[in-house]
Design a protein around this ligand. Structure first.
Ligand code: ADP
Length: 158
């Protein structure tokens, strides 16, 4: 049984993230979506809200479990028998940062490998920050986020 985790801030989850979750869930026996709760990024949505939004959006996928975690990701992996970390790569700009984190994690916990999935082309431009910016100007985000997330964003930017 190979368990993986897809970690991130997910503030909020976008269709780009959902695409990675769906594809990664087909590659592993069990996929955790790990929502980082001690982010220094001053998130728009609370940790509970972010977890709930993802649960609502991917509730139909049997082998996916949405969890929150704080502290070091590799410690969470070790404590839960997780041997793979999934990250999404959009453009070359993601690469430097992702490589550094993956290599650091590998040094800290050699039993855990990082697996990169490239973004589907239609989501290559998509990020949580862009979605928040568009929503803040009441732009159309129908194609960017699941419908439950759209409702939550609209409520934030009335
Ligand atoms: P973090 O704060 O850890 O970067 P994010 O929530 O922004 O967390 O993203 C989590 C992961 O999802 C990262 O690996 C990121 O590169 C990836 N990701 C974000 N948006 C997309 C997208 N549109 N397509 C593919 N992967 C994405």
């Amino acid at each position: 049984m190979v368990k993986a985790i897809y970690p991130g801030s997910f503030d909020p989850v976008t269709n780009g993230h959902i695409d990675i979750i769906r594809r990664a869930s087909g590659l592993f026996d069990k996929l955790y979506v790990g929502v980082l709760s001690n982010s220094s990024k001053n998130p728009l949505f609370s940790i509970d809200n972010r977890v709930t939004m993802i649960k609502e959006a991917v509730g139909d996928i049997a082998n996916v479990e949405v969890v929150s975690y704080d502290g070091l990701l590799v410690d969470y992996c070790k404590n839960n028998g997780i041997t793979a970390i999934v990250r999404g790569l959009r453009a070359i700009t993601d690469f430097d940062y992702e490589l550094q984190i993956a290599q650091t994690n590998k040094v800290m916990e050699p039993e855990v490998d990082t697996v990169f999935l490239t973004t589907s082309l239609e989501y290559a431009y998509l990020s949580s920050s862009i979605v928040k910016e568009i929503a803040s100007y009441h732009g159309n985000i129908d194609k960017l986020v699941p419908s439950n997330v759209k409702c939550e964003l609209e409520a934030k930017y009335i």
